[in-house]
Design a protein around this ligand. Structure first.
Ligand code: FES
Length: 95
């Protein structure tokens, strides 16, 4: 679905936490892109009937990127830049 473009400029990395595990990601990503970067689109988020969902628009329209960010559920991950120490959790069940 999404593919990162080659970027010849070195990108600073920061540490975030994905479901309790420390991970290093480029500092230029948003939270949704960071999760895609780390684990791919499969299983990004569970949907009520049991299907899986993944970010689609990456611009705040579709709400397919909902996640828990620093303990706050139902945040649009595509609109939140990653930050050092940020804690992300995929939403496995509707909340
Ligand atoms: S990916 Fe569409 S609102 Fe975030």
């Amino acid at each position: 679905m999404f593919k990162r473009l080659d970027n010849p400029a070195p990108t600073e990395e920061i540490e975030i936490w994905l479901e309790g595990r420390p991970q290093r990601v480029p500092a230029t990503l948003n939270a949704a892109a960071a999760v895609l970067w780390l684990s791919g689109a499969k299983g990004y988020r569970a949907h009520a009937p049991g299907g899986s969902r993944a970010p689609l628009c990456m611009m705040g329209v579709c709400h397919e990127c909902l996640m828990t960010i620093d303990g706050a559920p139902n945040r649009q991950g595509c609109l939140v830049p990653v930050a050092e120490g940020m804690r992300l959790e995929r939403q496995r069940r509707p909340s």
